[in-house]
Design a protein around this ligand. Structure first.
Ligand SMILES: Cc1cc2nc3c(=O)[nH]c(=O)nc-3n(C[C@H](O)[C@H](O)[C@H](O)COP(=O)(O)OP(=O)(O)OC[C@H]3O[C@@H](n4cnc5c(N)ncnc54)[C@H](O)[C@@H]3O)c2cc1C
Length: 306
Protein backbone atom coordinates (compact mmCIF):
# COMPACT_ATOMS: atom_id res chain seq x y z
CA UNK A 1 0.00 0.00 0.00
CA UNK A 2 1.23 3.51 -0.85
CA UNK A 3 2.20 5.84 1.96
CA UNK A 4 1.45 9.04 0.06
CA UNK A 5 -2.07 10.28 -0.74
CA UNK A 6 -3.92 13.36 -1.88
CA UNK A 7 -6.01 13.20 1.28
CA UNK A 8 -5.49 11.39 4.57
CA UNK A 9 -8.55 11.26 6.83
CA UNK A 10 -7.79 10.83 10.50
CA UNK A 11 -10.59 8.76 12.06
CA UNK A 12 -13.30 6.75 10.31
CA UNK A 13 -16.48 7.55 12.20
CA UNK A 14 -19.49 9.04 10.45
CA UNK A 15 -17.59 12.26 9.63
CA UNK A 16 -14.48 10.49 8.34
CA UNK A 17 -16.42 7.93 6.29
CA UNK A 18 -18.51 10.70 4.70
CA UNK A 19 -15.37 12.67 3.90
CA UNK A 20 -13.85 9.49 2.45
CA UNK A 21 -16.84 8.92 0.18
CA UNK A 22 -16.76 12.45 -1.22
CA UNK A 23 -12.98 12.62 -1.47
CA UNK A 24 -12.69 9.41 -3.50
CA UNK A 25 -15.64 10.36 -5.71
CA UNK A 26 -13.75 13.57 -6.45
CA UNK A 27 -10.93 11.32 -7.74
CA UNK A 28 -8.56 12.17 -4.89
CA UNK A 29 -6.46 9.26 -3.63
CA UNK A 30 -7.70 8.82 -0.08
CA UNK A 31 -6.58 6.95 3.02
CA UNK A 32 -8.63 6.71 6.20
CA UNK A 33 -6.67 5.91 9.38
CA UNK A 34 -8.66 4.31 12.17
CA UNK A 35 -7.66 2.56 15.39
CA UNK A 36 -10.82 0.63 16.32
CA UNK A 37 -13.07 0.02 13.34
CA UNK A 38 -15.15 2.03 10.89
CA UNK A 39 -18.14 3.70 12.52
CA UNK A 40 -16.76 5.31 15.67
CA UNK A 41 -19.61 6.13 18.03
CA UNK A 42 -22.08 4.39 15.72
CA UNK A 43 -20.59 1.14 16.96
CA UNK A 44 -21.77 1.86 20.50
CA UNK A 45 -25.23 3.10 19.52
CA UNK A 46 -28.19 0.79 19.29
CA UNK A 47 -31.12 2.52 17.60
CA UNK A 48 -30.76 5.86 15.84
CA UNK A 49 -34.18 7.41 15.41
CA UNK A 50 -33.33 10.88 14.14
CA UNK A 51 -31.06 10.26 11.18
CA UNK A 52 -33.08 11.33 8.13
CA UNK A 53 -34.19 8.65 5.70
CA UNK A 54 -34.99 5.86 8.17
CA UNK A 55 -38.63 6.11 9.23
CA UNK A 56 -38.29 3.19 11.65
CA UNK A 57 -34.80 4.17 12.78
CA UNK A 58 -31.56 2.35 12.00
CA UNK A 59 -29.05 0.35 14.04
CA UNK A 60 -25.71 2.08 14.55
CA UNK A 61 -23.74 -0.97 13.42
CA UNK A 62 -25.84 -1.29 10.24
CA UNK A 63 -25.28 2.33 9.29
CA UNK A 64 -21.55 2.06 10.04
CA UNK A 65 -21.22 -0.99 7.77
CA UNK A 66 -23.15 0.70 4.95
CA UNK A 67 -21.14 3.93 5.21
CA UNK A 68 -17.85 2.02 5.17
CA UNK A 69 -18.84 -0.21 2.24
CA UNK A 70 -19.96 2.84 0.26
CA UNK A 71 -16.69 4.73 0.83
CA UNK A 72 -14.68 1.60 0.03
CA UNK A 73 -16.68 1.00 -3.15
CA UNK A 74 -15.41 4.29 -4.54
CA UNK A 75 -11.82 3.48 -3.63
CA UNK A 76 -11.16 4.81 -0.13
CA UNK A 77 -8.39 2.83 1.56
CA UNK A 78 -8.31 1.99 5.26
CA UNK A 79 -5.29 1.65 7.54
CA UNK A 80 -5.84 0.28 11.03
CA UNK A 81 -3.45 2.23 13.21
CA UNK A 82 -3.27 4.55 16.19
CA UNK A 83 -2.60 8.14 15.13
CA UNK A 84 0.28 9.39 17.28
CA UNK A 85 0.93 12.86 15.88
CA UNK A 86 1.12 15.15 12.89
CA UNK A 87 4.09 17.10 11.56
CA UNK A 88 5.11 19.38 8.69
CA UNK A 89 1.61 20.80 8.59
CA UNK A 90 2.62 23.85 6.54
CA UNK A 91 4.46 21.73 3.91
CA UNK A 92 3.12 20.40 0.63
CA UNK A 93 3.38 16.92 2.08
CA UNK A 94 1.89 16.80 5.57
CA UNK A 95 3.05 13.93 7.77
CA UNK A 96 0.93 11.65 9.96
CA UNK A 97 2.79 9.46 12.45
CA UNK A 98 0.97 6.25 13.41
CA UNK A 99 1.62 2.99 15.20
CA UNK A 100 1.92 1.36 11.76
CA UNK A 101 4.32 3.88 10.23
CA UNK A 102 4.24 7.32 8.64
CA UNK A 103 1.85 8.55 5.95
CA UNK A 104 1.94 11.76 3.92
CA UNK A 105 -0.77 13.72 2.18
CA UNK A 106 -1.41 16.99 0.42
CA UNK A 107 -4.43 17.54 2.68
CA UNK A 108 -5.45 16.23 6.09
CA UNK A 109 -9.02 15.89 7.31
CA UNK A 110 -9.23 15.44 11.07
CA UNK A 111 -12.29 13.38 12.05
CA UNK A 112 -11.20 11.83 15.33
CA UNK A 113 -14.50 12.53 17.10
CA UNK A 114 -14.70 12.15 20.84
CA UNK A 115 -15.03 9.76 23.76
CA UNK A 116 -17.05 9.56 26.95
CA UNK A 117 -15.61 11.02 30.14
CA UNK A 118 -14.89 8.93 33.16
CA UNK A 119 -16.29 9.82 36.57
CA UNK A 120 -12.83 9.70 38.13
CA UNK A 121 -13.93 7.96 41.33
CA UNK A 122 -12.28 5.07 43.22
CA UNK A 123 -13.16 1.65 41.85
CA UNK A 124 -14.02 2.93 38.38
CA UNK A 125 -10.91 1.50 36.72
CA UNK A 126 -10.77 -1.51 39.03
CA UNK A 127 -14.28 -2.65 38.02
CA UNK A 128 -13.92 -1.68 34.37
CA UNK A 129 -15.02 -4.75 32.39
CA UNK A 130 -16.36 -6.26 35.65
CA UNK A 131 -19.45 -4.12 36.04
CA UNK A 132 -18.46 -0.58 35.13
CA UNK A 133 -19.07 0.22 31.46
CA UNK A 134 -19.43 3.16 29.08
CA UNK A 135 -21.36 1.26 26.41
CA UNK A 136 -24.78 -0.28 27.06
CA UNK A 137 -24.99 -1.69 23.54
CA UNK A 138 -21.67 -3.50 23.97
CA UNK A 139 -22.03 -4.76 27.54
CA UNK A 140 -25.74 -4.60 28.46
CA UNK A 141 -26.37 -8.20 27.52
CA UNK A 142 -24.03 -9.45 30.25
CA UNK A 143 -26.55 -8.09 32.77
CA UNK A 144 -29.71 -9.47 31.23
CA UNK A 145 -32.53 -9.71 33.80
CA UNK A 146 -30.49 -7.91 36.47
CA UNK A 147 -30.76 -4.53 38.22
CA UNK A 148 -28.35 -1.93 36.84
CA UNK A 149 -27.65 1.79 37.20
CA UNK A 150 -26.94 4.49 34.64
CA UNK A 151 -25.01 7.58 35.76
CA UNK A 152 -25.93 10.83 33.99
CA UNK A 153 -28.96 12.78 32.81
CA UNK A 154 -28.26 13.82 29.22
CA UNK A 155 -29.26 12.38 25.84
CA UNK A 156 -26.68 9.59 25.90
CA UNK A 157 -27.76 8.49 29.38
CA UNK A 158 -31.41 8.42 28.33
CA UNK A 159 -30.75 6.73 24.99
CA UNK A 160 -28.63 4.01 26.45
CA UNK A 161 -30.75 3.48 29.57
CA UNK A 162 -33.74 2.96 27.31
CA UNK A 163 -31.83 0.20 25.54
CA UNK A 164 -31.10 -1.37 28.94
CA UNK A 165 -34.78 -1.35 29.94
CA UNK A 166 -35.31 -3.86 27.13
CA UNK A 167 -32.98 -6.42 28.68
CA UNK A 168 -32.52 -5.63 32.37
CA UNK A 169 -34.92 -6.03 35.29
CA UNK A 170 -34.63 -2.38 36.33
CA UNK A 171 -32.53 0.65 35.43
CA UNK A 172 -31.84 3.27 38.10
CA UNK A 173 -30.76 6.67 36.87
CA UNK A 174 -28.28 8.34 39.22
CA UNK A 175 -28.24 12.05 38.45
CA UNK A 176 -26.61 14.90 40.34
CA UNK A 177 -29.45 17.33 39.58
CA UNK A 178 -33.17 17.04 40.20
CA UNK A 179 -34.09 17.34 36.54
CA UNK A 180 -32.77 15.92 33.29
CA UNK A 181 -30.79 17.69 30.56
CA UNK A 182 -31.97 15.19 27.95
CA UNK A 183 -34.24 16.10 25.04
CA UNK A 184 -37.94 16.27 25.98
CA UNK A 185 -38.96 13.29 23.84
CA UNK A 186 -36.35 11.12 25.58
CA UNK A 187 -37.49 12.33 28.99
CA UNK A 188 -41.13 11.56 28.22
CA UNK A 189 -40.21 8.07 27.05
CA UNK A 190 -38.27 7.42 30.26
CA UNK A 191 -40.87 8.83 32.65
CA UNK A 192 -43.56 6.60 31.15
CA UNK A 193 -41.46 3.41 31.41
CA UNK A 194 -42.00 1.46 34.68
CA UNK A 195 -38.55 -0.17 34.45
CA UNK A 196 -36.90 3.11 35.47
CA UNK A 197 -36.05 4.10 39.05
CA UNK A 198 -34.60 7.50 39.92
CA UNK A 199 -31.93 8.67 42.35
CA UNK A 200 -32.23 12.44 41.93
CA UNK A 201 -29.59 14.78 43.41
CA UNK A 202 -27.17 11.91 43.91
CA UNK A 203 -23.55 11.49 42.89
CA UNK A 204 -21.43 8.34 42.77
CA UNK A 205 -18.50 8.54 45.19
CA UNK A 206 -17.06 5.07 44.64
CA UNK A 207 -17.69 1.72 42.99
CA UNK A 208 -17.45 -1.18 45.44
CA UNK A 209 -17.44 -4.95 45.25
CA UNK A 210 -15.18 -7.99 45.49
CA UNK A 211 -14.42 -9.82 42.24
CA UNK A 212 -17.14 -7.91 40.42
CA UNK A 213 -19.07 -4.70 41.01
CA UNK A 214 -21.63 -5.05 43.77
CA UNK A 215 -22.75 -1.50 44.54
CA UNK A 216 -22.40 2.16 43.70
CA UNK A 217 -21.52 4.17 46.81
CA UNK A 218 -23.74 7.21 46.36
CA UNK A 219 -24.17 10.53 48.14
CA UNK A 220 -27.37 12.52 48.33
CA UNK A 221 -26.03 16.02 47.64
CA UNK A 222 -28.97 17.61 49.43
CA UNK A 223 -28.64 15.65 52.70
CA UNK A 224 -24.98 14.48 52.47
CA UNK A 225 -26.18 10.94 53.26
CA UNK A 226 -23.78 8.32 51.84
CA UNK A 227 -24.88 4.72 51.27
CA UNK A 228 -24.29 1.71 49.01
CA UNK A 229 -26.83 1.20 46.24
CA UNK A 230 -26.63 -2.46 45.10
CA UNK A 231 -26.20 -2.97 41.36
CA UNK A 232 -24.90 -5.56 38.94
CA UNK A 233 -23.54 -2.93 36.57
CA UNK A 234 -23.01 0.80 36.23
CA UNK A 235 -23.15 2.49 32.83
CA UNK A 236 -21.49 5.91 32.94
CA UNK A 237 -22.55 8.82 30.66
CA UNK A 238 -21.15 12.00 32.18
CA UNK A 239 -19.91 14.11 29.34
CA UNK A 240 -17.57 13.88 26.50
CA UNK A 241 -14.13 15.01 25.36
CA UNK A 242 -12.72 15.40 21.85
CA UNK A 243 -9.99 12.99 20.71
CA UNK A 244 -7.56 15.71 19.77
CA UNK A 245 -4.55 15.04 22.02
CA UNK A 246 -2.43 14.25 18.95
CA UNK A 247 -2.98 17.79 17.62
CA UNK A 248 -2.35 19.79 20.81
CA UNK A 249 -0.20 22.87 20.21
CA UNK A 250 -0.47 22.32 16.44
CA UNK A 251 -3.93 23.72 15.67
CA UNK A 252 -6.17 26.37 17.18
CA UNK A 253 -8.58 24.83 19.68
CA UNK A 254 -11.17 25.89 22.23
CA UNK A 255 -10.51 25.43 25.94
CA UNK A 256 -11.90 21.87 25.87
CA UNK A 257 -9.69 20.79 22.97
CA UNK A 258 -12.16 21.02 20.09
CA UNK A 259 -10.41 22.21 16.93
CA UNK A 260 -11.64 25.45 15.39
CA UNK A 261 -12.89 25.18 11.81
CA UNK A 262 -14.65 27.73 9.59
CA UNK A 263 -17.82 27.18 7.58
CA UNK A 264 -15.80 25.09 5.10
CA UNK A 265 -14.16 23.08 7.92
CA UNK A 266 -10.81 24.78 7.25
CA UNK A 267 -8.59 25.06 10.33
CA UNK A 268 -6.02 27.80 10.88
CA UNK A 269 -3.54 25.83 8.72
CA UNK A 270 -4.08 25.63 4.95
CA UNK A 271 -5.23 22.22 3.67
CA UNK A 272 -5.88 20.92 7.16
CA UNK A 273 -9.60 20.45 7.91
CA UNK A 274 -11.65 19.31 10.88
CA UNK A 275 -15.12 17.75 10.91
CA UNK A 276 -17.60 16.05 13.22
CA UNK A 277 -17.48 15.89 17.00
CA UNK A 278 -13.82 16.97 17.13
CA UNK A 279 -14.81 20.40 15.76
CA UNK A 280 -15.55 23.36 18.01
CA UNK A 281 -19.26 24.33 17.89
CA UNK A 282 -20.26 20.88 16.60
CA UNK A 283 -23.82 19.93 17.50
CA UNK A 284 -22.52 16.39 18.11
CA UNK A 285 -25.20 14.81 16.00
CA UNK A 286 -24.79 12.15 13.38
CA UNK A 287 -26.34 14.17 10.56
CA UNK A 288 -24.11 17.11 11.43
CA UNK A 289 -20.99 14.89 11.43
CA UNK A 290 -21.93 13.59 7.97
CA UNK A 291 -22.48 17.15 6.70
CA UNK A 292 -19.16 18.28 8.19
CA UNK A 293 -17.30 15.41 6.54
CA UNK A 294 -18.82 16.17 3.16
CA UNK A 295 -18.02 19.88 3.51
CA UNK A 296 -14.42 19.16 4.51
CA UNK A 297 -13.87 16.85 1.52
CA UNK A 298 -15.35 19.38 -0.90
CA UNK A 299 -13.16 22.13 0.56
CA UNK A 300 -10.11 19.89 0.22
CA UNK A 301 -11.02 19.16 -3.41
CA UNK A 302 -11.43 22.87 -4.08
CA UNK A 303 -8.15 23.82 -2.38
CA UNK A 304 -6.13 21.02 -3.99
CA UNK A 305 -7.47 21.96 -7.43
CA UNK A 306 -6.68 25.68 -7.07
C1 LIG B 1 -24.43 6.29 22.84
C2 LIG B 1 -24.58 7.32 21.75
C3 LIG B 1 -25.80 7.51 21.16
C4 LIG B 1 -25.94 8.48 20.15
N1 LIG B 1 -27.17 8.65 19.56
C5 LIG B 1 -27.29 9.55 18.57
C6 LIG B 1 -28.56 9.72 17.92
O1 LIG B 1 -29.53 9.04 18.24
N2 LIG B 1 -28.63 10.66 16.93
C7 LIG B 1 -27.57 11.42 16.54
O2 LIG B 1 -27.73 12.24 15.64
N3 LIG B 1 -26.38 11.28 17.15
C8 LIG B 1 -26.21 10.37 18.15
N4 LIG B 1 -25.00 10.23 18.77
C9 LIG B 1 -23.89 11.11 18.36
C10 LIG B 1 -23.28 10.65 17.02
O3 LIG B 1 -23.07 9.26 17.07
C11 LIG B 1 -21.95 11.39 16.83
O4 LIG B 1 -22.21 12.78 16.78
C12 LIG B 1 -21.24 11.00 15.53
O5 LIG B 1 -21.19 9.62 15.37
C13 LIG B 1 -19.84 11.60 15.55
O6 LIG B 1 -19.12 11.13 14.45
P1 LIG B 1 -17.58 11.51 14.27
O7 LIG B 1 -17.15 10.81 13.03
O8 LIG B 1 -17.38 12.97 14.37
O9 LIG B 1 -16.81 10.91 15.54
P2 LIG B 1 -16.65 9.42 16.08
O10 LIG B 1 -17.84 8.62 15.81
O11 LIG B 1 -16.21 9.60 17.49
O12 LIG B 1 -15.48 8.81 15.19
C14 LIG B 1 -14.12 9.15 15.39
C15 LIG B 1 -13.26 7.99 14.96
O13 LIG B 1 -11.89 8.37 15.09
C16 LIG B 1 -11.16 7.31 15.63
N5 LIG B 1 -9.99 7.84 16.34
C17 LIG B 1 -9.99 8.77 17.33
N6 LIG B 1 -8.73 9.02 17.75
C18 LIG B 1 -7.92 8.21 17.02
C19 LIG B 1 -6.52 7.99 16.99
N7 LIG B 1 -5.67 8.67 17.78
N8 LIG B 1 -6.02 7.08 16.11
C20 LIG B 1 -6.85 6.41 15.28
N9 LIG B 1 -8.19 6.58 15.25
C21 LIG B 1 -8.73 7.47 16.11
C22 LIG B 1 -12.13 6.63 16.59
O14 LIG B 1 -11.76 5.26 16.81
C23 LIG B 1 -13.45 6.75 15.85
O15 LIG B 1 -13.71 5.63 15.03
C24 LIG B 1 -24.82 9.25 19.75
C25 LIG B 1 -23.59 9.04 20.35
C26 LIG B 1 -23.45 8.07 21.34
C27 LIG B 1 -22.10 7.80 21.96
Amino acid sequence: MSNDYDVVILGAGAAGLSAGLYSTRAMLSTLMIESIGPGGQLLITDDIENYPGFREGVKGQTLADEMYNQAERFGAKMEYAEIEGVENLYDDRKLVRTSEGDFTARALIIATGGSHNKLGVPGEDEFGGRGVSYCAVCDGNFFRGQDVVVVGGGDSAMDESFYLTGICNSVTIIHRRDDLRATKVLQDRAFSNPKYKWLWSHVVEEFVGNDVLEAARVKNVKTDEVYDYPTAAAFVYVGFHPNTEAFQEKLEMDELGHIHGDLHMRTNIPKVYVCGDARAESTRQLGAAVGDGITAALAAFHDLSA
